[in-house]
Design a binder for this molecule. Structure first.
Ligand code: AKG
Ligand code: FE2
Length: 342
């Protein structure tokens, strides 16, 4: 079980940022102290989640991810996401940029759509390698369902705290609609020296990241310093994405994070992570819900004009962000720029 390797401990001497730990069992029990902690974390820097109930499913996802990413490259390339802004499928190494200079990444992704998982064996968006298909019912579906339930609980809670009518957030994430929600496995080869995933905020609404090795880093607000998040066994790391930041007029914070090689001796191991992303329905317009909540209206009025009015649907927003990352698209635009100069 490659993702489960804990034989080399996280080093003691690297700077870490201790995220707040939220206990999902207490959230389900409406424990006031825990709910306050969740709200604080969601409006500041994200949090670690324990007792999420998907521990067994997460282990299965690490196995499924490793089995799939171990397939021959030619087989995986049949499912490559391409340069048009699609996320689902396989992302080969070296296809996206990790910084402004266009430095190529060194990670592979396997992205499995929430819609495809729920409609399996009917194809909603695309097909997947055989190692995914054989695990769809017994591994991926239970993982996706449990992760959706956790995120849905959070969305309902945020609705309430933001003073939104019930359903304003959850209905924008209806599983029956086409959406960009996905389960992701990332693999970084051992002994890397540069970023695996460059600094970013997540495109969608909520992400739960599970990892066994270090590598995930956050930049706390008001700081210029990257700090590792030390993986805690059985815990997920929850991040708010851009869509929730926009809906809430910035009250919910999408935090900046990146993936670096695991620290110290852990860098000798391949690194796997498993993430579930909840994203709004494809046709949902990304704009603040200021008409639906006085609290959000106040937050928006204090922000520069128009920052929470993207004019984009969730599908356009995500596709644009992914297209921009793909090296090929950058190469084309540099070439076009050259033609313009000549
Ligand atoms: O691998 C990780 O720890 C985080 C991955 C991540 O941030 C992402 O896929 O958006
Ligand atoms: Fe991320």
């Amino acid at each position: 079980m490659p993702g489960l390797t804990t034989s080399i401990p996280f080093p003691e001497d690297v700077p870490t940022h201790p995220l707040l730990v939220v206990d999902y069992k207490l959230i389900e029990a409406h424990d006031e102290h825990e709910l306050n902690k969740l709200w604080k974390a969601a409006t500041e820097l994200g949090f670690c989640l324990k007792n999420h109930g998907a521990e067994k499913e997460v282990d299965g996802m690490f196995d499924m991810g490793a089995e799939t990413l171990d397939l021959p490259l030619a087989e995986k390339m049949k499912y490559e996401q391409g340069d048009n802004g699609d996320s689902f499928g396989y992302k080969a190494r070296g296809t996206i940029a990790t910084d402004k200079n266009g430095t190529r990444d060194n990670v592979e992704f396997l992205n499995i759509s929430q819609n495809d998982t729920l409609s399996w064996p009917r194809v909603t968006h695309r097909t997947y390698p055989s190692t995914v298909n054989t695990r769809m019912n017994n591994t991926i579906l239970p993982f996706v369902r449990k992760s959706m339930a956790v995120n849905n609980t959070f969305l309902s809670f945020f609705e309430c705290k933001l003073g939104l009518p019930s359903g304003e957030l959850t209905n924008r994430h209806a599983p029956s609609e086409l959406n960009g929600g996905e389960a992701r496995c990332i693999r970084t080869p051992p002994r890397q020296t540069s970023a695996g995933v460059g600094a970013h905020t997540d495109f969608g609404s909520l992400a739960i990241v599970h990892n066994r090795l270090g590598g995930l880093q956050v930049m706390p607000p008001g700081s210029e310093k990257w700090l590792y998040v030390k993986p805690l066994p059985g815990h997920g790391v929850c991040n708010i994405g851009d869509a929730l930041a926009i809906f809430s007029g910035g009250i919910l914070r999408s935090n900046v994070h990146r993936v670096m090689p695991p620290p110290g001796e852990q860098s000798h191991l391949p690194r796997y992570s498993i993430t579930f992303f909840t994203r709004p329905g494809n046709d949902v317009i990304l704009r603040s819900l200021k008409e639906r909540s006085p609290l959000i209206a106040t937050a928006v009025s204090a922000a520069p004009e128009g920052v929470y009015e993207t004019g984009s649907t969730a599908a356009e927003w995500i596709a644009r962000r992914i297209r921009k990352l793909r090296i090929k698209n950058r190469a084309v635009s540099r070439f076009q720029a050259m033609l313009l100069i000549i």
